[in-house]
Design a protein around this ligand. Structure first.
Ligand code: ZN
Length: 161
């Protein structure tokens, strides 16, 4: 079957940036499983897979706008060191979950730290990055009623619950 809305799709993929650095890959692990049309994966990749079928191999280039967004300097903030638990070691590269203004979960990354200030960056680590996916479609099947209700795939490569 072809990939269309409400199909369960399993893909092998390797993601590289424009310097050919591998950012992420399913190589050596389970293929990634996602529910097509549910926003489980970035929109640029999802739309490129539309209409494809198992066995297809394709290279997809995804711009930041259809990937993890452009970098937004307004998401960089300085927080007084005392706002953090003093027992806790704060290091560059650490990530925290915070609440954004709409009550959603936002992941922030520590980009600088000194005795007074911690600089946090709410941009996705891949914001502003051109993404190059090499994809092999492993399987395409219809979603179950339960998967549609949950909005994600169950079983291999998906949610285990
Ligand atoms: Zn579920």
């Amino acid at each position: 079957m072809q990939i269309a809305r409400n199909a369960v799709v399993r893909i092998d993929y390797t993601l590289t940036d424009d310097q050919s650095t591998v950012i992420d890959s399913s190589d050596g692990g389970e293929p990634l499983a996602y529910l097509h049309g549910a926003g489980n994966i970035i929109s640029g990749l999802e739309s490129a897979l539309e209409g494809r079928k198992a066995g297809d191999k394709l290279n997809v280039r995804v711009s930041p706008a259809e990937g993890y967004g452009e970098r937004n300097d307004a998401l960089v903030a300085q927080v007084p060191r005392e706002r953090f638990d003093t027992e806790e070691t704060i290091e560059v590269g650490q990530q925290f979950h915070t609440m954004d203004e709409e009550g959603g979960v936002q992941v922030v990354t520590v980009t600088a730290v000194d005795a007074q200030q911690v600089t946090i960056d709410g941009n996705h680590p891949l914001a502003g990055v051109e993404l190059n996916f090499a994809v092999t479609i492993v399987e395409v099947r219809a979603a179950t009623a339960e998967e549609l209700e949950h909005g994600h795939v169950h079983g291999a490569g998906g949610h285990e619950h």
